[in-house]
Design a protein around this ligand. Sequence first.
Ligand code: HEM
Length: 417
Amino acid sequence: MRALRPTDAGSRWESRLVRSAHPVVARVVDAAVSGRAVVRLPGVGVLVADASAARRVLTDTESFVKNGPGSSGALWTPVLGERVLLNMEGTEHRALRRSLADLFSPKAVREVHEAATGPLVARARQRLERGDEVDVVELARAVSASTIGAVVGLDPATPPSVLLDAGDAIESTVRWRTRTFDADDVVRARASLAVVQDAAEAAHVEGSSSTVMGRLARQGVSLADARALAAALFLTGTGTVSSALPRIAGQLADAGLLAPSTASRCDVGAVVAEGLRMTTPSLATLRRCATDADVDGLRVRAGERVVVLLWWATRREGGFDPGRRTEGDLRHLWFGAGPHFCLGAPLALAELTSMTGMLLDVASDRGLVVTGRRAARRVLVPRYAELRLRAAAPAGDARADTARRGAAARQVAGAAT
Ligand code: HEM
């Protein structure tokens, strides 16, 4: 097994983000899993920081469940209700997943993407090409909020800040150690979610085949399920994507892949996949042990809490390398595994591919440099508070033109060999 010690700038920034988000927990966990990847930490539970052990826990639904007392699913039940996928198991969970099979079909993803992501990404591209600074944290937050807004049927004129403020308000009530919400937290969280759920209800009632919620209504998904699902999509789909993009941009910069000669050789799909492996925005997920089980030689007892440390498990492979092919147990592990595998993965990939592709395009042309970055402190999903990029050379700059010609020549040379 490879060491977890960060050895390059990109890995060090990732560690800094995680430690800034969870200053105490991250250090304790780092120390606990530095020797054995599957270990019992008294007062916390069984920590699992290895890809194959993590996959085994996530796919063994007899022994490890997401609902019931002390589970992360149970945390959300008072706020979202009983039927929001992430607090369900077994037949009911399977049936609801099946009824949502087309939710993020390629057609649905394309429609939402064109409506929400396209204009914001185009504007950011123009600003970078003009030589302006762009904070990719702001870009990713706006894109993820507008995208979820389009999914739930929010009026497109609603500023992204309405959803972002709602998301921030809810995030601020959840900490790593939160096991239950008190009554006031529940009231506040429900109030924050009303904007999303009311929009979903209106779209569901209208039942138009051109909206996601309308199509769910036509497929027989109940209004109550649609309202609950809208809130769940909002909670799962904004913080993750908005955390990922700036971190992927940071990885590209730290690996020297935002210069014209290197950016032009990057394959955007490979960059997003490897960027997600390195950043794994859903740091960890929880399971409750339902029947005694064995994980990597460690006996786990019924009732114990299992903390699947996705971020630690995916990084054991080493630093950012878009040439890497992740296979076997590691494949897509950043989206989970088994029956709870991320429902929104196709949408997340479309958003990230669009934004990362734009950055690579501009970088291939003029190069991009990081002009400032700062880690967010004490947040649930580790992220940058800001990460600013600017073209390395303004439009019409002779050095940029030379670099571009150099990159083009190298590409031709590369194609010829
Ligand atoms: C880079 C972005 C994302 C990452 C890294 C991510 C990661 C994950 C992970 C690890 C899980 C499984 C958790 C577990 O097994 O306990 C999950 C589940 C889920 N994700 Fe995502 N996610 C992302 C984006 C999204 C988006 C954009 C949406 C919706 C629009 C979404 C909706 C969901 C839902 C509804 C579930 C629960 C599925 C179930 O329990 O059956 N996710 N996600």
